[in-house]
Design a protein around this ligand. Structure first.
Ligand SMILES: NC(=O)c1ccc[n+]([C@@H]2O[C@H](COP(=O)([O-])OP(=O)(O)OC[C@H]3O[C@@H](n4cnc5c(N)ncnc54)[C@H](O)[C@@H]3O)[C@@H](O)[C@H]2O)c1
Length: 340
């Protein structure tokens, strides 16, 4: 099979690498708004570069992987759907709900596949936590604490394209919270701080954000994120129940220093970023996409899942701006046929 990859930046490079090595994938066509970038990667991988998106569709591919900056996702999903092509797209689908619903409507109308890039669903730690919850090993879950801390901030010119900390980063925590617990969020209270570097204020974003989320069974969850965390890249989830507690993301590379005399030593080589921390998960989700294309497995993360995660992020944005609790019922869920 031949796959088109649109967007050859940080994550596009990772996914193109995985697909290029995959024995079921014959070839790739790579493109980017910066054609020289696509060419360089194509040269390195021994694949073909196309001068633009039009060629991806004109030259003919069996599926499309969308790894552009977020504002281009929805239109490209629609275009691929209208061409009857299955799509893997990085999160989020769009920066707003109307764009998300529009793209989902196109996918539903074309009856094609849209797999979303929530790679934590393929991480061994999160899968273990889900299994522990599902098997009842924790007893009744009472508290979940999720966090995502980037070590160093993204480039300043990338921030305005990201949709902000809640839609871009915490969306991962919201998705995985639903996936691990099997519960929906009922309401949220969120706050953000722009007290760090000026680039966040200038982009209308916050550098640190936190949300208190109440799930539909009464479980309380907190999710927090920051863009500047000197100790390293720290992504964790603690789940505490009446019988036991488990933690995802606690290993010999977790960037934590205990102040206890008998505590564990600090990590020798703390995680520095998502590309190394989630490398196996990124590979696994693309291999899953190939399996979906071959009809060997069901879509592990469809557009509806991405819509739910974005709705939670939207609720958090309303909450932090209006400084009030926001019920998920306030956030529109669907306005188009074919979407539940
Ligand atoms: N799942 C994850 O953990 C994860 C991690 C990083 C990024 N992402 C997502 O992946 C996407 C890309 O992020 P990134 O960090 O790779 O950004 P990046 O800036 O490194 O790369 C984006 C690339 O897209 C290209 N591009 C932008 N608009 C385009 C268009 N219309 N047509 C063709 N090319 C276009 C840019 O030239 C750039 O090369 C974002 O949506 C981001 O949210 C997901």
């Amino acid at each position: 099979m031949r796959i088109g990859v649109i967007g050859t930046g940080r994550i596009g490079t990772v996914h193109a690498n995985t697909l290029s090595r995959h024995r079921e994938v014959g070839s790739l066509i790579l493109t980017d708004a910066d054609p020289a970038r696509a060419q360089r990667l194509a040269h390195r991988l021994g694949e073909t570069a196309a001068p633009g998106v039009d060629e991806i569709f004109r030259w003919g591919v069996d599926a499309v992987v969308i790894t552009t900056a977020t504002p281009a996702h929805a239109e490209l999903i629609g275009r691929a759907a209208r061409s009857g092509l299955p799509v893997f797209c990085e999160k989020p689908i769009a920066l707003d709900l109307p764009g998300t619903l529009q793209a989902l409507g196109e996918v539903a109308a074309a009856r094609t596949v849209l797999q979303m890039g929530f790679q934590r669903r393929f991480d061994a730690g999160y899968a273990g936590a889900r299994e522990a919850v599902r098997a009842g090993r924790l007893g009744r879950l009472h508290t979940v604490r999720a966090l995502t801390c980037d070590q160093s901030p993204p480039p300043a010119d990338w921030l305005p394209l990201s949709g902000g900390l809640f839609r871009d980063t915490l969306i991962h925590d919201f998705d995985i919270l639903r996936w691990v617990t099997g519960h929906e969020v009922r309401d949220v209270y969120a706050a953000g701080s722009d007290a760090g570097p000026a680039m966040f204020r200038e982009a209308g974003d916050v550098g640190t954000g936190a949300a208190l989320l109440t799930l539909d069974d009464g479980t309380l969850a907190t999710a927090s994120a920051t863009r500047v965390n000197g100790a390293g890249y720290d992504v964790r989830m603690e789940l505490a129940g009446e019988r036991d507690t488990v933690v995802v993301g606690l290993d010999d590379r977790t960037p934590l220093a205990s102040t206890e005399p008998t505590g564990p030593p600090p990590a020798d080589k703390p995680w520095t970023g998502f590309l190394e921390r989630f490398a196996p998960a990124y590979e696994a989700e693309l291999c899953a996409f190939v399996e979906v294309l071959l009809g060997r497995r069901a879509n592990p993360c469809d557009g509806h899942e991405a819509l739910q995660a974005l709705r939670i992020a939207e609720a958090c944005e309303v909450s932090r701006r209006e400084r009030r609790a926001v019920a998920m019922a306030e956030i529109p869920a669907a306005a188009l046929p074919g979407i539940d």
